[in-house]
Design a protein around this ligand. Structure first.
Ligand SMILES: *Cc1c(COP(=O)(O)O)cnc(C)c1O
Length: 377
């Protein structure tokens, strides 16, 4: 019997309980005593080829108990073999280091992902391609197509099946940054992804108090290779953060479903009332896209980030100060709603763009707040 999401979040790591505590303790130790039985001490050089380090704690840069508990939950809810990192970008760096593509095709995506690819180009001559058909035709076996969907900062969706077919027809792989629509909203493996990445700092953490990232792959062998690289890149999640993430995951489904239902109400309100707000020139969100693939990819709700354009830069800069419940800050995914004049974080966006991250407040309060602020312009 395979349990469902809410149950997985609370019980998928039960088999990793080490003590009677209902809440797993924070393990601050960096080092673990070796076995006292000399017969159980095996020299590294003599380890069998298929040796599995899971559950064998030696030094916390390799793995530690709450990291493995978080991975046990991610394996279930993301449907593959997961490796957890110290941040979302730590995860992307692990991906690029292991798969080591000569060319990467990508479109709009998180600015830090661009920056990592720029480092690869600077150091190793990695070739960067766009998502145009002409560029996708240049892909070679071992190359990577990297798609973020829904995409930062607009919250609109790309057609995963299309890019999966393009990548696979050339022997390239498809990685998907699914941070903006975690389960049960979207499952990129169903649409041909080979690797899924999330910044767990966002919805999985959910409280704006931890950094973490995760890669999910389809085989135990690739997981092991990523794990081995992670040891030497020094990019494992911290002890405290893994405890916090575990705590957050227990109630994750309640938050994401509320945030997703809230965003639909808020965006629908804005769209139906846009004639009343003369400064509001554009609204961007997957829920406003009409292409059939959008609903197929997001069968259980839309991602809680959307964006708007106002009619000029000064209005956009002052707008956050007119809102009562939306704090002006970057990042997303937490229980508190945020707004960001996006040009503060991303050099590639229009200076009239505001990005919203919807939290778990009452949707009517959020709507009334946006209504009064937009009406005042
Ligand atoms: C935040 C974010 C990242 C980077 O994650 P960190 O945990 O901040 O390193 C990557 N991709 C997307 C879509 C993000 O929103």
């Amino acid at each position: 019997m395979s349990e469902r999401l809410s149950t997985q979040l609370i019980h998928a790591d039960d088999y990793k309980n080490r003590v009677p505590d209902v809440v797993s303790p924070i393990n601050v130790t960096t080092t673990f005593r070796f076995n006292e039985d000399p017969n159980k001490l095996v020299a590294v050089a003599d380890l069998p080829k298929d040796y599995d380090p899971e559950g064998d704690y030696i030094y916390s840069r390799e793995t530690h108990p709450n990291c493995e508990k978080v991975e046990a939950i991610f394996d279930k809810i993301l449907g593959g073999y997961s490796v957890v990192y110290s941040s979302g970008l730590g995860a992307f760096n692990g991906l690029i280091t292991h798969f080591n593509p000569k060319q990467v095709a990508f479109g709009t995506c998180y600015h830090g992902v661009h920056a990592i690819l720029d480092i690869q180009t600077r150091n190793h001559g990695l070739k960067q391609l766009s998502l145009s058909d002409e560029d996708l035709d240049k892909l070679q076996p071992g190359d990577l197509v990297h798609i973020e969907t829904p995409v930062n900062p607009l919250g609109i969706s790309y057609d995963l099946k299309y890019y999966a077919e393009k990548a696979h027809s050339k022997g390239a792989l498809l990685s998907v940054d699914a941070t903006f629509a975690p389960p049960p909203l979207q499952d990129p493996f169903k649409f041909g992804a080979d690797i899924i990445m999330h910044s767990a700092t966002k919805y999985f953490g959910g409280h704006s108090d931890l950094l973490a990232g995760v890669l999910v792959v389809k085989t135990k062998e690739i997981k092991r290779a990523l794990f081995d690289d992670r040891i030497n890149l020094g990019s494992i999640i911290g002890n405290l953060e893994s405890y916090l993430l575990l705590r957050s995951l227990r109630s994750y489904d309640l938050r994401i479903l509320k945030q997703s239902s809230n965003v639909l109400k808020v965006v629908t309100f804005l769209n139906e009332n846009k004639h009343r707000f003369k400064s509001l020139t554009k609204i961007h969100h997957s829920s406003l896209q009409t292409e059939p693939y959008v609903k197929e990819q997001l069968p259980n709700g839309y991602g809680p980030v959307f964006a708007i354009n106002l009619d000029n830069e000064i209005t956009a800069k002052t707008f956050p100060s007119k809102l009562k419940y939306f704090q002006h800050a970057t990042s997303l995914g937490g229980v508190e709603s945020l707004v960001e004049w996006r040009a503060l974080s991303d050099e590639h966006v229009e200076k009239t763009l505001l990005r919203f991250s919807i939290g778990t407040e009452d949707p009517q309060d959020l709507i009334e707040d946006l209504d009064q602020a937009l009406s005042s312009l």
